[in-house]
Design a protein around this ligand. Structure first.
Ligand SMILES: [Zn+2]
Length: 420
């Protein structure tokens, strides 16, 4: 949809009390449509949506005076001071101002390419009100976790409404300058296995596609690092008494830093191994306490999973980690928000060695070497049932070094804190 047709549609909508462009097609939709047409709320929503569109057409959004056409991050800091949070990732840089309910994405040149509003009043806007106001979106990106209504303002600018799954209201909106955002470095997730059924492989591919989109909408979720000749080796599900110590020895031998996402319950069983990992300079990070899919838990239970794991690690090394990898990579808006409240970033991966599914070390090496790119985060495992990762490690490290990749910890790769 171009600028002109949105303007015309906006004017039409102002003339009529409500747009009836699309006939409702189910009773559920009818109900929602009736909800959308409650006169008072509808007027408020229409006013807000009009303001949002007016701003989007000049590259701005509600709640902040900056735009994605010529604003720079220095101006933002000059006016608003230091942000509460600044993330550097494959996706560029994001500055978050909590009190303003506002976040800004900027590229390496300091140019703002994304302005995001988290204004509370957005929660009252539903998808039906959006479509009533603007018509069908140019793109509707549906994932397991959210629906994103995308309106193309012009060739460069995109207006997006993000509605988490199971919720009616908008969580945040984003106005993005696609030209300026080109510096964003977003990798898709690689890695194959000869042991997966066709169905399992299809659902894995779908999960990968969706999680990459999801990560782009949250500043504290990482799939990969920046476009530099660095990668991170990560090991989940330990510690154990055999595989984890073998991996630590190999990493030490090659003078390479590793990242261990340990389970709280295993940390309590093998504190010596945890100490050894930490004292050797590897990162000791959280993979939750019990290895349960976090999105299936209540908020309170999620919090407990994160806190228990953090405490068990703190008991051993004296520090609580601030990086979490949710079990199975399963995450959603609530997990991310609770992680954030608890002071954690969420780090997933961009290469899956699938070392849990295939039994040949050579396949693990190939899964990395066939695909490796700058900034890759490589997923392996270090529990007693997965002995292949340790066998693959010497060849993997040597091959990566031959290609000039530096293997670093996640603190270095992502420029985030590993511990509280
Ligand atoms: Zn795991």
């Amino acid at each position: 949809m171009n600028k002109k047709s949105i303007l015309i549609m906006g004017m039409l909508c102002m003339l009529l009390t409500a747009c009836h462009a699309n006939p409702p097609s189910s009773s559920d939709q009818l109900q929602q449509r009736e909800d959308a047409l409650q006169p008072k709320e509808n007027n408020r929503a229409a006013d807000l949506l009009n303001r949002v569109m007016e701003k989007a057409q000049i590259g701005m959004t509600i709640g902040g005076p900056f735009n994605v056409l010529d604003s720079k991050i220095d101006e933002v800091k000059g006016e608003w001071g230091s942000p509460d949070k600044e993330d550097q990732a494959g996706k560029g840089f994001y500055a978050t101002y909590n009190d303003k309910n506002f976040a800004l994405g900027y590229n390496a040149a300091g140019e703002i390419f994304d302005v995001r509003s988290y204004a509370r009043e957005l929660n009252e806007i539903t998808s039906f009100q959006i479509e009533d106001r603007y018509g069908q979106p140019d793109q509707l990106r549906k994932t397991n976790r959210e629906e994103i209504f995308v309106y193309e303002i012009d060739k460069e600018i995109e207006l997006k409404f993000i509605i988490p799954k199971g919720e009616k209201g908008v969580h945040h909106l984003s106005v993005m300058n696609l030209e300026r955002a080109k510096d964003e470095y977003i990798l898709d997730i690689k890695g194959e296995s000869n042991q997966l059924s066709a169905t399992a492989w299809e659902s894995m591919k779908e999960w990968r596609k969706q999680i990459v989109l999801f990560a782009q909408d949250y500043g504290n979720v990482y799939i990969n690092g920046p476009n530099k000749k660095q990668v991170a080796l990560t090991f989940d599900d330990g510690p154990d008494g055999k595989v984890t110590p073998a991996i630590i020895d190999l990493l030490n031998k090659y003078k390479v830093k590793g990242n261990f996402f340990f389970l709280g319950r295993n940390v309590e069983k093998y504190p010596q191994v945890v100490k050894e990992a930490y004292n050797s300079g590897h990162l000791v990070l959280s993979h939750s306490y019990n290895h349960i899919e976090l999105p299936k838990l209540t908020a309170k239970e999620m919090q407990t999973e994160i806190e228990r794991a953090g405490n068990s690690i703190k008991t051993v090394i004296g520090k609580e980690p601030s990086i979490l990898r949710p079990p199975y990579g399963e995450t959603n808006k609530q997990v991310v928000e609770i992680a954030q409240q608890e002071g954690y970033s969420v780090v997933l991966w961009s290469i899956d060695t699938l070392d849990w599914s295939q039994k040949e070390a050579s396949n693990i090496v190939n899964n990395v070497m066939n695909y490796v790119r700058n900034g890759d985060i490589i997923l392996m495992h270090s529990d007693s049932k997965k002995t292949e990762a340790a066998k693959a490690l010497p060849e993997l490290i040597e091959s990566l070094q031959e290609q000039g990749f530096e293997m670093v910890d996640l603190e270095t790769l992502l420029n985030i804190k590993a511990y509280h």
